[in-house]
Write a protein that binds this ligand. Sequence first.
Ligand code: ATP
Length: 167
Amino acid sequence: YNDKITDAQDLVFQEYNDFKMIHPDFMFTLDNDIKKETFVQIYRNHLEQVLIILLDNAVKYSTKRKEVHISISRSTKNVDIAIQDFGEGISPKNMHKVFNRFYRVDKARSRNQGGNGLGLSIAKRLIEAYNGHLSVESSVGHGSIFRITLPILSNEDREKIQNKKGL
Ligand code: ATP
């Protein structure tokens, strides 16, 4: 998302392909498919927090292929932000548990990597507080895709919010 924020809660997604993320060994790529102004309602800090959690995990749980791909797209109703890694992946039996508080797939091993198993549960609650969803697709040994889905704010709703704020 870019810096054009109309007010504290409207984030606008549009053509934005200039992305810099610095990491000593990882390669980050960004694909933004959104061509027209698209608004979602979320505090910038909250979206940032969720992205940090997902990117931090993508890096933490990728040992061999050190690449993270971010793609932003929209459907009629939603904006989708997908964060894909090519790391260890998550087995089907653990997939829904990773969003539970304090859950970590491999306690012994992941203890070395730090963390409490809280990140994803916080990320999910934050996104759901804005009527969005956080989901995962994964394949062991091939990697994972975490997908943030947020409802697009209709023009009508945007007007209502702006009127309420006296803008
Ligand atoms: P922290 O509280 O610092 O975020 P954490 O990374 O253990 O610690 P979560 O972010 O909630 O906690 O993740 C829960 C578990 O889900 C992790 O311990 C890990 O086993 C698994 N996991 C999360 N992201 C990925 C990923 N991208 N690839 C593989 N496994 C993952």
